[in-house]
Design a protein around this ligand. Structure first.
Ligand code: PRT
Ligand code: ZN
Length: 285
């Protein structure tokens, strides 16, 4: 059986999380120093380690079958590939920022200004949608210094914590694109590669589900069980087992991370005691 070829970033902000994702999916890959390629020892996959900017093009051409990149790089590249799955890591935003002392009254404040960016396509789409004419200065790095050296009036750059903008005397005034790491795929995968991709997606879904959920155990007086079961419905329905003490039960269930604290409060108010919350390694529905 052939191997599916997966392109991941060689070194940078996406590398570690990309490798971890495959590891959590039980797919071994050996990323030795300076390696450009690695064949998995336990799955039909080989990995190509590349610069992130090259990944959409390689996937479009079929040199790689799959790849992981930031959605910002994918959209800017305008390559024809399938966005297979959002992966939930490397979250950031593409934003417009201006010198701190200047005011911003909406997109019209950018009329006839010059804006430095590494994302000319995404920026011009935003300007066009807002009917703004501005000069786009395309530069490949250190965008944040452009206003201070007189190269541009504003910048359009990737922001995550905001500290780069802050330390360069800039303020974020308009988010134009939200990004996270995405799995992309060639548009003409062979039947064999499609079935390998299905296996990978099944595993990624199990990993993501597990990360979004927690296993919960608690003790409850039997007369409170209907109320408590109502709060934590679980995957099908909670497991209820009698405790050695008369009139009490142990309840086991699965709880979604995002509703976590509210549910814990509701459970306590309903009379639950000895609540234990445990991470789930994999979750298959
Ligand atoms: O060498 P290669 O070309 O492969 O890597 P690269 O240097 O082009 O990319 P890399 O590794 O920096 O980023 C890869 C991807 O991570 C990006 O395409 C984004 O999708 C995502 N990502 C997430 C970020 C950030 N967070 C981020 N903070 N990419 C860049 N930054 C930079 C930003 O450009 C700015 O200089 O970090 C600075 C801002 O960070 P804060 O925290 O100060 O706001
Ligand atoms: Zn890059």
């Amino acid at each position: 059986m052939q191997n599916i070829r997966i392109a991941i970033q060689k070194s940078g902000r996406l590398s570690e999380d990309s490798i971890d994702l495959f590891k959590e999916c039980g797919i071994k890959l050996d990323m030795g120093k300076g390696r450009l390629k690695s064949v998995s020892s336990n799955f039909n996959a080989e990995f190509l380690f590349l610069r992130d900017d090259d990944i959409p093009g390689y996937v479009e051409d079929g040199v790689a079958d799959l790849g992981i990149v930031g959605e910002n790089v994918l959209v800017e590249s305008a390559k024809k590939v399938n966005l297979v799955k959002k992966l939930g890591f490397s979250k950031c935003r593409l934003s417009i920022a201006i010198p701190r002392e200047e005011s911003f009254e909406g997109p019209q404040s950018l009329q006839n200004k010059s804006i430095a960016t590494s994302y000319p396509k995404l920026l011009s789409k935003y300007l066009k949608e807002n009917g703004i004419k501005a000069n786009i200065h395309e530069i490949s790095g250190s965008v944040e210094i452009a206003p201070s050296i007189g190269l541009a009036d504003a910048v359009c750059d990737i922001v995550s914590s905001g500290s780069t903008l802050l330390s360069n005397g800039l303020k974020e005034v308009q988010e134009i694109f939200k990004s996270e790491a995405v799995l992309i795929g060639n548009k003409n995968l062979s039947a064999e590669n499609k079935s390998i991709l299905e296996k990978i997606l099944f595993r990624i879904n199990a990993v993501q589900k597990a990360q979004d959920n927690k296993y919960i155990l608690l003790n409850a007086p039997n007369d409170k069980l209907p109320e408590i079961i109502n709060i934590i419905a679980g995957m099908k329905s909670p497991t209820v087992m009698p405790l050695a003490v008369e009139g009490w039960s142990s309840v086991h269930s699965v709880l979604e991370e995002k509703a976590f604290w509210e549910k814990i409060e509701a459970l306590r108010n309903a009379g639950a005691q000895g609540i234990l919350v445990i991470p789930i390694e994999k979750m298959i529905l």
